[in-house]
Write a protein that binds this ligand. Structure first.
Ligand code: HEM
Length: 438
């Protein structure tokens, strides 16, 4: 699995100079301290995430604006508001996957169907976020193409500015997504003006969002920018994490069996998020372990050393230096994790405090505000598919399996690539699975 900076960490350790004006850090303690520092700003690199030309929550380097935006949107990602969106999350998430999988099984010859879980989780995540952001359901394929294109567009833009003229064709889908969101905001305002009840979704959340300190609300353009951001930040990340979790469970059959034992025969109904939180610690631990071992946000987060500079492990980092935070290495750091390359969800059952050292959602003031929503989607989807279906690797997948080991002596994971998020190189080949009803 190619994760950025691992070789450099193995060669140079917790902190090293990357370029004349940047360093890279990988120690979870150092990372937490840096990200928790209220004077640490993001670097200019984040300008590429200004999808609409103006700053949004993820792109802004202005610490005050970021704080205000977190105060504005934070309450809508708390469990109380998310509970109001539960119907949408369940309908477009697990219920839609189950309908698709049940159909595939019904159409199969012997009650065993082959599905591609990476595609199915992606569509479900796209569909959930699109419905929450547009305020209405829309063709999932269209949304998926729009988001995928936009992420590709940003990825290319960030890597090779010179090929800009050649990526113009991607503009059109990007513009369609942008226009659709613009119109959705207008439609919602008309809906509200006509005196109809307020729906509970992210579109409404951003219209209502108010900074409790300044009482400032977002402008139309800012709401539009936030909606675009949520589509990008909240789809691939969530769906690929579920895919990595299923993949890892197939490679570690004893953990898969333990997950089955936790849910099988215990829930006559669709497992809800409150069921997960109250009764399914192992399923949750599997997700944390997947976030740790195969972090979808496995890249380097660039930050700027604050005014006056800072010390990291006795090294003085002058003000203005770019500090690259290496999340993937932090999640495998040998001083923090026993057998870091093993998929072992039990580590979180034995010591649930370890969850705080999983940095895949980042940490501190700029931590991911969508974490609760992501956990809601991921746990309900994972728990219910494990409850309702037998999952098995197809026999023709011979290059992956519990007995095909990597250099650390653990089952080899499918190849991955980093393109904003870390995703499988060949999902069409590697994310196939046989399903049958339990
Ligand atoms: C498994 C799922 C997810 C993971 C692993 C994840 C991870 C992250 C990480 C690492 C960051 C920090 C990025 C940086 O500083 O460069 C971040 C920021 C952010 N995420 Fe997530 N995320 C997930 C799901 C979501 C969802 C579902 C949403 C919303 C619908 C969301 C919205 C955001 C936003 C708005 C930010 C910007 C916060 C800021 O910069 O202040 N994320 N996420």
């Amino acid at each position: 699995m190619s994760r950025l900076g691992r070789h450099d960490f193995e060669k140079y350790g917790d902190i090293f100079v990357l370029t004349p004006d940047s360093v890279c850090i990988s120690n979870p303690g150092d990372i937490r301290a840096l990200l928790a520092n209220p004077t640490t700003a993001k670097s200019k690199y984040y300008n590429i995430l200004r999808f609409t030309g103006i700053d949004n929550t993820v792109s802004t380097q202005d610490i005050e604006l970021a704080n205000a935006r977190h105060r504005q949107i934070g309450p809508f990602f708390k469990p109380t508001y998310l509970a109001k969106m539960e119907g949408i999350i369940m309908k477009h998430g697990i219920e839609s996957i189950k309908a698709k999988w049940d159909r595939a099984i019904a159409e199969s010859a012997q009650g065993v169907a082959e599905v591609n879980y990476c595609n199915d989780f992606l569509f479900a995540a796209f569909d959930i976020i699109a419905t929450l952001v547009y305020g209405q359901q829309i063709d999932e394929l269209k949304t998926a193409q729009w988001i995928d294109t936009t992420l590709t567009y940003i990825g290319i833009r960030s890597m090779v500015q010179l090929v800009f003229p050649f990526i113009r064709p991607l503009d059109s889908r990007y513009n369609q997504l942008s226009n659709y969101i613009y119109n959705s905001i207008n439609q919602r305002r008309e809906h509200l003006a006509s005196g109809q009840p307020k729906p509970a979704d992210l579109l409404q959340a951003f219209i209502d969002a108010e900074d409790p300190e300044s009482k400032v609300q977002m402008s139309h353009d800012q709401i539009h920018g936030e909606c675009m951001l949520m589509m990008m930040a909240g789809s691939d990340t969530t769906s690929h994490t579920i895919s990595w979790t299923v993949h890892l469970l197939m490679l570690y059959p004893h953990h898969y069996q333990r997950a089955v034992d936790e849910v099988y025969g215990k829930f006559p109904h669709t497992i809800t998020y409150s069921d997960c939180r109250a009764h399914l610690p192992f399923i949750e631990a599997c997700i944390f372990e997947s976030l740790r071992l195969a972090p979808v946000t496995g890249g380097l987060l660039p930050r700027i050393a604050p005014k006056g500079g800072i010390y990291i492990q006795n090294h003085f980092i002058p003000e203005g230096t770019t500090i690259f935070v290496n999340l993937a290495v932090a999640n495998h750091h040998p001083a923090y994790w026993q057998n870091p390359h093993e998929f072992n969800p039990l580590r979180f059952i034995e010591n649930s405090d370890l969850k705080h050292n999983v940095l895949t959602f980042s940490h501190g003031r700029r931590t991911c505000p969508g974490k609760n929503l992501a956990m809601w989607e991921m746990t309900t989807i994972l728990a219910n598919i494990i409850k309702d279906y037998h999952l098995q690797l197809p026999p023709d997948i011979t290059h992956l399996g519990p007995h095909i080991l990597n250099k650390y002596g653990y089952p080899r994971q499918m190849d991955s690539q980093q393109y904003i998020v870390v995703k499988p190189v060949d999902a069409q080949r590697d994310c196939r699975i046989l399903i049958s009803k339990r």
